[in-house]
Design a protein around this ligand. Structure first.
Ligand code: VG1
Ligand code: CO
Length: 548
């Protein structure tokens, strides 16, 4: 024992004052993370905020981006020094975010550390990130992330073991100080979980009969998962998975599966050569993009359609308990919940707010407008899960994506929806925009803008129905008569300046009016969003940098 203790070093350090986790963990430029002690300070602050993990298991993995392997070696040596008994690491340092969640749950681990900046680009001049997940497999709630931040502002030392690097590429067990380190297959547990939820034989039959899939792993973490599941287990044609090797810089691409960064999939889906389904996932595998032949599916619609059809998948055959969506996500899912007579919950942005609802059994399906959907099978959003759910629905209904979407709109009405992002604007301008708009909120109700009448305007605040915790200032909402909305919030995942997100939505019940171009259908609301918030004046931008 004394020998093992002798290997533990206590390293003196000074606080960095910028380690407050955002929407999903701590994200910074890679170079900031590479500074001496920066990562170690944060990891020690995580451990200092937890209780009772001595003798327990920690899961560690990442999305394979630049600095992933070095960071994992540091986390292993610090977890061992701090008293974890066992550390499970995905081979090659790889674990997608949903797979990490699945492994934490399956192995009854105390928690997990995921090294990822998700859809942010990777590389020495790009972004890196780290987040902590608790024993239910989900992102640490705000109570814990705030404790981590508080500790990081006063930290004086951290504990680390002096030991050689662990071989991350060979399955098996080794020891680091007093801890066992087990290198595990990053795909196996996750794949088994997917096989338990979806009708793999029916999906395989569909592929056998010529169904064509194009999945873009964007040179990020999902390649190995997608090849094992789509090509090997389900028999999709070889080459269905593109960019299937995780690369440290994601092949210089931006691993964000949206209409800007995955434009080629959209163009393919709108062409004569379109496969039956085009899909993609992001850097860490929790987002999804769904485009059928000639039919893009907005993430908000996808959530609603998944909720309405989940019973077709074996894992959900008894129906769903309820649905949760983040506040800016469109109201399409609410109409499904109403019809199914199940609970509907509106939470702040970020998956950490779904954990309690899922744990309490209040909801089965959750989703966000930012290409995130998932269920109670893990406690993260899950890109491949969403794609498998669509494949299962397509196999069961024997219809195309387009037919399913059109039928859904005909039944429930269509929520035209778009998000306008103003990326990396000056922080002062963004703050002034919010200060002005906040001051205006009480005067807006009753005002009219052309044909639009404001019914209510507020600053969204959330009371968690399970533990009563309160989260304030979660986005400014302007609600119009007839169900249209404009929402403004600032991103909590960017690493430079401020990113303003404006979410715009209009409800159209009439099927004869379901064929408009989204931006045209929203034109009056878009103009109104500018008029109310004076985006141009505050940001100096006359158009958004990204429209999704
Ligand atoms: C964005 C999305 C949010 C999502 C978060 C993490 O946050 O809007 O819905 O949960 O990213 O997703 P923000 O604060 O930038 O709007 V991921 O795939 O980057 O972990
Ligand atoms: Co992600």
């Amino acid at each position: 024992m004394s020998l093992l203790l002798a290997e533990i070093h206590t390293v003196a350090t000074k606080p960095f004052l910028d380690q407050r986790p955002g929407t999903s963990g701590l994200r910074k430029k890679t170079k900031i993370f590479q500074q001496p002690h920066y990562l170690a300070n944060f990891v020690q602050s995580i451990f200092a905020s937890l209780e009772g993990f001595e003798g327990k298991t920690l899961v560690v993995g990442g999305d394979g981006r630049f600095f992933n392997r070095e960071a994992i070696q540091i986390v292993i040596r610090m977890a061992a020094a701090n008293g974890f008994d066992e550390i499970l690491v995905g081979r090659g340092g790889i674990l997608s975010t949903p797979a990490a969640s699945a492994v934490i749950r399956a192995e009854k681990a105390f928690g997990g550390i995921v090294l990822s900046a998700s859809h942010n680009p990777g590389g020495p001049d790009a972004d890196f990130g780290i987040k902590y997940n608790i024993s239910n497999g989900g992102p640490a709630p705000e109570k814990i992330t705030e404790a981590i931040f508080a500790h990081s502002t006063t930290i004086e030392s951290y504990k680390i073991i002096e030991a050689p690097d662990v071989d991350l590429d060979t399955l098996g067990e080794t020891r680091v100080g007093g801890a066992k380190v087990r290198i595990i297959d990053p795909v196996a547990i996750y794949q088994a979980l997917m096989e338990s939820l979806f009708d793999f034989p029916a999906i395989a039959r569909m592929f056998k009969h010529g169904f064509r899939l194009k999945f873009d792993a964007m040179s990020a973490v999902t390649g190995p998962y997608a090849k094992a599941i789509f090509e090997e287990a389900l028999g999709a044609a070889k080459g269905s998975v593109m960019n299937g090797e995780p690369l440290p810089d994601f092949g210089h691409h931006h691993p964000d599966p949206n209409l800007v960064h995955a434009r080629h999939l959209y163009d393919l889906a709108m062409s004569d050569a379109s496969p039956d389904l085009c899909a993609a996932s992001d850097g860490d595998g929790d987002r999804n993009l769904i485009i059928g032949r000639g039919q893009f599916v907005t993430p908000s619609d996808s959530l609603a359609i998944i909720a309405a059809n989940a019973h077709l998948a074996p894992g959900y055959k008894n129906g769903i308990a309820g649905i949760a969506r983040s506040m800016p996500t469109s109201l399409a899912a609410d109409r499904v919940a109403e019809k199914l007579k199940i609970g509907m919950y509106e939470t702040p942005t970020g998956w950490k707010f779904f954990g309690n609802l899922l744990d309490a059994g209040k909801v089965t399906i959750c989703g966000e407008e930012s290409a995130g959907a998932g269920s109670n099978h893990v406690r993260e959003k899950d890109g491949l899960w969403a794609i498998l759910m669509w494949l299962n629905i397509l196999a069961a209904r024997q219809q195309s994506v387009r037919e399913i979407v059109r039928a859904h709109w005909a039944e429930f009405g269509r929520n035209y929806y778009s998000r306008h992002d103003y990326e990396e604007v000056a922080s002062e301008g963004a703050e002034a925009l919010f200060a002005d708009l906040r001051a205006k909120l009480p005067t807006l109700a009753g005002q009219t803008f052309g044909a639009l009448k404001v019914e209510a305007a507020d600053d969204f605040s959330y009371v968690d129905p399970v533990d009563g915790s309160v989260s304030k200032n979660q986005g400014l909402r302007i609600l119009f008569a007839g169900g249209s909305r404009i929402v403004y919030r600032l991103s909590g995942t960017g690493t430079a300046g401020a990113t303003l997100r404006v979410y715009i939505e209009r409800y159209e019940p009439d099927p004869a009016k379901h064929d408009l171009e989204t931006q045209d259908a929203l034109a009056d609301l878009i103009a109104c969003a500018e008029k109310i918030a004076e985006i141009r004046r505050h940001t100096g931008r006359d158009h958004p940098s990204v429209i999704t």
